[in-house]
Write a protein that binds this ligand. Structure first.
Ligand code: AQP
Length: 331
């Protein structure tokens, strides 16, 4: 049996990296698998937040996911805090995970920065909650971007240790699904940094809510180098910004980088960038229009989340009961 789980934080706008790296795969998988997709609001409070922004962010992310193609009739779409099993299972798994394992997590190091002592304990234990998100449903496949690889390996280690400690093969080891030509979309301002919601420069990312003018302006200003495009992918080595734009063109058109460079090799960015912006606008404009139509219908969005949470609970609660028996909390 296969079951798919993945999540996204309701912090800031959905961006092109989230869409190409993860969401597009989610949309594809909802037709072939049992899928649960979660707006992870418990994760969102690991960093500074305001309650009003968080509440609005959950609805906005729900609207953005539906606008991107998730269909609440074909997948289970809900917010994490509505299903208490996530937090309860996280506690049990925190007693399974080892401090040494968490100390190796690079995302904590990046997000806590120089002020590690001032970071929340939740930010440190974030990957254990992420493991609980997945294991609460005995999910077998987790479609994510490349940046989540290390957390997925940890989730597998936690599942394995729990099974060994209790002597019961309770959890399957979840497989990461890191697929497609854009598993790591880079910042438009710095080809060595990933495109990210928390980048202070809005010019570094394409938001799914950006209109055509904003997209065209951001692509025009995207950092590049003075060389023309090479005619083969090998010529992109050492040119991260050029490689990123070619990768975006490939992901958006469904072509390979070879095919893109066969068309644009030898041309400068003055020709390539307007073509890329046009393709991007064509893909994002319908998503943007659907998002605008959905975002203010709070009652409808809340109803989608409530129904999704009911369905998620129906799967997770019996699994938590199995965990309680395995641990010895009940007979
Ligand atoms: N640049 C990216 N390229 C490809 N995939 C990406 N993802 C994120 N950035 C890229 C994937 O999107 C999914 C949801 O991300 P998330 O919101 O849970 O993770 P995040 O780390 O909060 O997203 P951001 O934009 O990177 O936010 P910040 O700035 O807070 O770190 C995940 O599957 C992720 O891999």
């Amino acid at each position: 049996m296969t079951r798919v789980f993945s999540g996204i934080q309701p912090t800031g706008n959905l961006h092109l990296g989230n869409y190409l790296g993860a969401i597009r795969n989610w949309v594809r998988m909802q037709d072939s698998h049992e899928c649960l997709f979660c707006v992870v609001d418990l994760h969102a409070i690991t960093m500074p937040y305001t309650p009003a922004t968080l509440r609005a962010g959950v609805r906005e992310m729900t609207a953005a996911l539906i606008a991107s193609g998730l269909d609440p009739a074909r997948c289970i779409l809900f917010n994490q805090s509505a299903v208490r099993v996530h937090a309860e299972l996280a506690w049990v798994l925190m007693c399974t995970a080892r401090v040494g394992w968490l100390n190796r997590m690079t995302q904590f190091k990046e997000k806590s920065g120089k002020d590690r002592e001032g970071a929340s304990v939740g930010l440190y234990t974030y990957p254990v909650l992420q493991a609980a998100d997945i294991l609460a449903y005995k999910a077998t496949h987790v479609p994510v971007g490349d940046d989540q690889k290390q957390h997925l390996e940890l989730a597998r280690d936690i599942a394995q240790k729990f099974n060994t400690d209790t002597g019961i093969e309770l959890f399957p080891l979840p497989e990461p699904v890191i697929e497609g030509p854009a598993t790591r979309v880079m910042s438009l301002r710095d080809g060595s940094a990933k495109m990210s919601k928390s980048d202070p420069s809005d010019a570094a990312r394409i938001n799914l809510t950006d209109n055509a003018d904003a997209i065209a302006a951001k692509i025009k200003r995207a950092k590049t180098d003075p060389e023309p495009l090479p005619s083969e992918p090998a010529g992109l080595a050492g040119r991260p910004e050029a490689a990123n734009l070619v990768g975006l063109m490939a992901a958006l058109t469904g072509q390979t980088p070879d095919q893109i460079l066969a068309t644009y090799g030898g041309q400068g960015f003055g020709q390539f960038k307007p073509a890329l912006a046009e393709v991007m606008i064509d893909v994002l404009a319908p998503i943007n229009a659907r998002f605008t139509a959905l975002r203010d219908d709070h009652a409808a969005l809340d109803a989608v989340l409530a129904h999704g949470a009911d369905r998620a609970r129906a799967i997770a609660e019996p699994i938590l009961a199995e965990v309680h028996r395995a641990v010895g909390f009940r007979g």
